[in-house]
Design a protein around this ligand. Structure first.
Ligand SMILES: Cc1ncc(COP(=O)(O)O)c(C=O)c1O
Length: 385
């Protein structure tokens, strides 16, 4: 079996599974906010995890706040910045390739507080164009409240020039929120050296328990309380902490840190696989293949063959992929991200997303190549559009 939907949701890492099996049998269950000794032990565990994770993502522990994942993280950051922005700052710059949570949240603040959205241009590979961003800075200057652009696109795996964007934001003194959901745990990321003001991580994308994650803020005092409760997470995120989830986050990200050298292997195996598929089927398109992408992501299309048909065929080979983003997997249409990249429907409706992790390599890609070769050979005889 090959589970190839790591950009959708990663299975629990083996080390996390082993940890949990033992963890369930311990006596250490308590309210981390109580002053009895078991509560304090649990609390200290959370703080230890904060330190471990901060070291992996290179931030200070007090810049990191635990939550339930990236949808919450995005909501928290946009609330903190946009709900409290001064009236004269009414422009938000974003990109047309963001995960659905960003445009949805921005629409809310557009309607509620009258923000105007400006879209940065992207090129055919789905990369944000720096000169377009610079023009928007020159046009709107002091009135910009926030720039929100992702680090890596979830569908294509294309890496954005987020460090350059951060530099430009600093130059124009504008805050930059970078949705790092698909980068952390899949590629190198240092919060400190990236220069971004806010970032997020989601546990279920990195092999930790689902329902876990965190936000990072360069200046934590700028974060505002958005889930009311008691003093948890310094009063910024109420609710009794998901401490077992937090423990799995620390284990998963430490595992990534230990094994991230394997990404090179993964990337080489992926490139070999893509090249072989294109050689066998010259019609095959790999979206974003001219620019840097995540080591284990291929968005592949055989124009005219429906992505869903390929997906179902792959399942009979015990291989599990999606057709683009998990949330639009059920829509046999070109996704909004691909439309923004000016990808035509012939290619857009044919895509399958293969997303693997640092635990995979040549063997998996050879199996994928065998399966896809026989599927494309069969389905091209009965092209569906
Ligand atoms: C880029 C990006 N941002 C945000 C999210 C939302 O993450 P979560 O499922 O943790 O809420 C996802 C999930 O697919 C994503 O890929």
């Amino acid at each position: 079996m090959i589970y190839a939907d790591y950009n959708g949701s990663a299975p629990l890492l083996p080390v996390v599974r082993e940890y949990l099996k033992k963890r369930i049998d311990t006596e250490i269950y308590a309210n981390p906010n109580a002053i009895h000794s078991i509560g304090q032990k649990v609390f200290q565990g959370i703080e230890k995890c904060r330190e471990v994770i901060a070291e992996v993502v290179e931030c200070y522990p007090d810049q990191l706040y635990f939550n339930s994942g990236s949808s919450e993280g995005v909501s928290h950051i946009l609330f903190s910045v946009l709900e409290y922005a001064p009236k004269n700052k009414n422009i938000v710059i974003t990109s047309p390739i963001e995960h659905a949570v960003i445009p949805k949240a921005l629409k809310f603040y557009q309607e509620r507080r009258g923000f105007k959205l400006e879209m940065v241009d992207i090129d055919d590979n789905g990369v944000v164009l720096m000169n377009s961003l610079e023009k928007l800075f020159q046009k709107h200057g002091e009135t910009i409240a926030l720039v929100t652009i992702m680090a890596v696109n979830n569908e294509t795996g294309v890496i954005q020039p987020y460090e350059q964007i951060a530099k430009l934001c600093q130059q124009y003194r504008v805050e930059f929120f970078c949705d790092t959901t698909q980068l952390i745990g899949k590629g190198d990321f240092s919060f400190r050296s990236s220069g971004v003001d806010y970032a997020v991580c989601s546990g279920h994308k990195v092999g930790a328990l689902t329902g876990t994650g965190f936000v990072m803020a360069k200046e934590p005092t700028k974060l505002k309380s958005h889930v009311f409760g008691s003093t948890q997470e310094k009063g910024l995120r109420g609710g009794t902490q998901h401490y077992i989830g937090v423990e799995t986050l620390a284990i998963a990200l430490s595992d990534f840190q230990t094994h991230k050298s394997k990404l090179k292997n993964l990337s080489e195996a992926r490139l070999k696989f893509e090249a072989k598929m294109k050689k066998t089927f010259p019609e095959v398109v790999v979206v974003g293949d001219k620019v840097p992408r995540l080591a284990g992501t291929s968005l592949m299309s055989y124009p005219g063959i429906h992505g869903q048909a390929v997906q179902i065929e792959l399942e009979s080979h015990d291989i599990f992929v999606t057709t683009s983003a998990a949330c639009s997997d059920n829509q046999p249409e070109t996704s909004a991200v691909l439309k923004a990249m000016a990808i035509n429907d012939d290619v857009g409706r044919g895509v399958i997303r293969i997303s693997l992790s640092y635990s995979h390599g040549d063997k998996d890609y050879l199996q994928l190549e065998d399966a896809l070769t026989s599927i494309y050979t069969k389905l091209k005889k009965i092209k569906s559009f």
